[in-house]
Design a protein around this ligand. Sequence first.
Ligand code: F6P
Length: 552
Amino acid sequence: MASYDLSGTAAWSALRDGHQTLAATTLRELFAADPERGTRLTADAVELHLDYSKHLVTDSTVEALVALAEEAGLAEKIAAMFAGEHINLTEDRAVLHTALRLPRDASLVVDGQDVVADVHEVLDRMAEFSEKVRSGAWTGHSGKKITTVVNIGIGGSDLGPVMAYEALRDYADRGIECRFVSNIDPTDVYEKVHGVDFESTLFIVASKTFGTQETLTNARTARQWLVEAYAGDESAVAKHFVAVSTNAEKVADFGIDTANMFGFWDWVGGRYSFDSAVGLALMLSIGDDGFRQMLDGFHQMDEHFRTTPFAQNVPVLMGLLNVWYNNFFGTGSHAVLPYSQYLNRFPAYLQQLTMESNGKSVRLDGTPVTDATAGGFAGQTGEIFWGEPGTNGQHAFYQLLHQGTKMTPADFIGFALPNHDLGEMHDLFMSNFFAQTAALAFGKTAEEVAADGTPAEIVHHKVMPGNRPTSTILAEKLTPSVLGQLVALYEHITFTQSVVWGINAFDQWGVELGKVMANQLAPKLTSSEAPAKDSDASTDALIERYRAFRGR
Ligand code: F6P
């Protein structure tokens, strides 16, 4: 058995046997036999309540999943991550996003450095800067107050800040509008910067490496427009451009004074970074207090993950349930359905967090995860995450969730208190939330459909199979702290899965080849001479057609 292959363990065999039984049963039967499961198969983490009773599991499934996590050494891996060991083996780095939210009086020395002091030094600088911008003490070059913030970044330097900015609009200073430029498609920077008053606009160039083509190209364009708006006065840049990066040298090369740079560290992965200086736009929007409440929410969830026994540990349970469906039921995708319009970018954010982390096909020891020689490990890793806020999704793709041939586990996330209470709207909204998980779980039989008076020939079309598993996460209200809790929850779910699969959740080599090839192909698109046809036949033909459209 390969060192990371768990398929030969007793826990795996128990799960395989359990799957045989559960695949032949229904949630209706499970609830009928055990009415207590609706209150028993629940767990609480900080302010989040998880109901996982509508999953195809019994108590013994949960026991076997917990045993699997123990076999995988999850407890030791959690301890190693929190202690700053270099668990990102392929990049020889610590993985310490959890240190970004340690309280000021905590201490964590990693590689000889007190990282908590470093974190709070940057947070304090961010707070001071944000306060100046929000109060109007920091102005643009011509003395105007900053009213627009344009964050230029991509991947982790975009998805987190934009998701959180949208999520916490109710806590924002409405006098500051944030916009987010990410794509190298020129229409993105054009549309996002279109119509801004440059004299009252602050650009944040956010890039961990400060070497990302998309971000630097967009930043150069914005810089040029700004200087033009100031009739060629380059000195205006200092009051309108700040940087967020780990790479001071490249920031200086780009022409941003490092006094206006907010740093972070190589032990923060891009997709785990919006609670670092990468969240500067968010802090400008919600202020230092709101930002620190969010960090406290992250930290409380970290502590829950670090200290709670696995059987009550919400991120561990949810991560193990994902393994259960992915590896035993063969489900490939996973829907995330927030019943909050404010969380409209949450599924997109989770796509990077989960898929860039767990989209891997070799284990930490280099063996392929598809190596089933030890007996039956399905070899599947990263799930495909997707979703839309309810109720929009209901009128789009829920048909497939209810009656399609595929089983898609789904997370429903909802809040009891609305941010804006308009008559009965929130109760109507949440009645959809509760109705959907019940309909997915219990469906409607042919007898029940017929009893409604449905014509016999239509009955089959209206049968709702049910048995579609869901988790329900219910919290009192979407606050900065609860957002931090939710994000940390999914970070730790992702980590739990990676440990069971034996893969590295913290590198992303797969995105490199495409970047290298794009750089190689760029001259072929722009050269005045017809380029050599030395790519593959398809790419050569497509480039020829493209050049013709471009008149080249
Ligand atoms: O393309 C992958 C990636 O490296 C992500 O992991 C990262 O979040 C994104 O690019 C942006 O990187 P940077 O912050 O260094 O510009």
